[in-house]
Design a protein around this ligand. Structure first.
Ligand code: ATP
Ligand code: MG
Length: 223
């Protein structure tokens, strides 16, 4: 279980996150929605251990983040909002490069299979020749190399066509169900969030997203 208690984050004297508390259970897919600037990426970066909270505590399987950073990092996969892959390398070379950085070792065939699971079959293609949607799929494939228990996905499907979005949704649902992966997923596509997620968190003061979800028959958790 991922446990977040009374988490706050300020930049200078601007309070971005104000005393958030929530849990995510194994096998759960949780959506995170909110207006631009609400603090979704800030929260994901803190959960990915790339930024420190101003206040509050985080733990994964009862291990506090601050005292177990190395262990925690091995259990977390993060897809940042900005695509972070090597443009000059092929898909295969990118996968092999990131496998070298991973504590979990994978064969070439296993790496290829992760890409196929994403319906990304351009194994020998340089990344610079891939479409934006395919690059996003590769970003997601890279985050899965070390079999993370928690997957943090910051708008992973921006610019992806509907068919690919559905393929990614199906893949994530399988991952959560079969491996018990905890998934926290942000998107501005409310249909995608509603179809994919078991629970939905709303962040920020604007009530637009809350009302939209309530109208669609969902009970969002307000953070
Ligand atoms: N390093 C930083 N220093 C100062 N302010 C920051 C920093 N990073 C983010 N912010 C501010 O924090 C607020 C939240 O930003 P964040 O990127 O978390 O929002 P978001 O919900 O992900 O928005 P979007 O939907 O546009 O991706 C914004 O007002 C942003 O300007
Ligand atoms: Mg963001």
């Amino acid at each position: 279980m991922l446990n977040v208690t009374s988490l706050s984050k300020t930049y200078g004297n601007r309070e971005i996150l104000d005393c958030l508390s929530f849990t995510i259970n194994s096998g759960e897919i949780v959506g995170l929605v909110g207006e631009n600037g609400a603090g979704k990426s800030t929260l994901l970066k803190i959960l990915a251990t790339l930024s420190k909270p101003t206040k509050g505590t985080l733990s994964l399987h009862s291990l506090p983040f601050d005292k177990n950073i190395k262990n925690i990092r091995q259990m977390i996969g993060f897809v940042p909002q900005e695509i972070a892959i090597w443009e000059e390398f092929t898909v295969q070379e990118n996968m092999m490069f990131f496998e070298k950085l991973s504590t979990v070792k994978k064969t070439n065939e296993e790496l290829y299979q992760i890409c196929l699971d994403m319906k990304l079959d351009k194994w020998k293609e340089p990344v610079k020749r891939l479409s934006g949607g395919m690059k996003r799929k590769l970003n997601l494939a890279i985050s899965l190399i070390h079999d993370p228990e928690v997957l943090l996905l910051d708008e992973p499907t921006v610019g992806i066509d509907l068919k690919s979005k559905n393929e990614i949704s199906a893949f994530l649902q399988k991952l959560a169900k079969e491996k018990g992966t905890m998934i926290l997923f942000t998107s501005h596509d409310m249909d995608e969030i509603i179809n994919l997620c078991d629970r939905i968190f709303c962040i920020g003061k604007d009530t637009f997203y809350q009302n939209r979800l309530i109208e669609a028959g969902n009970k969002p958790q307000i953070l």
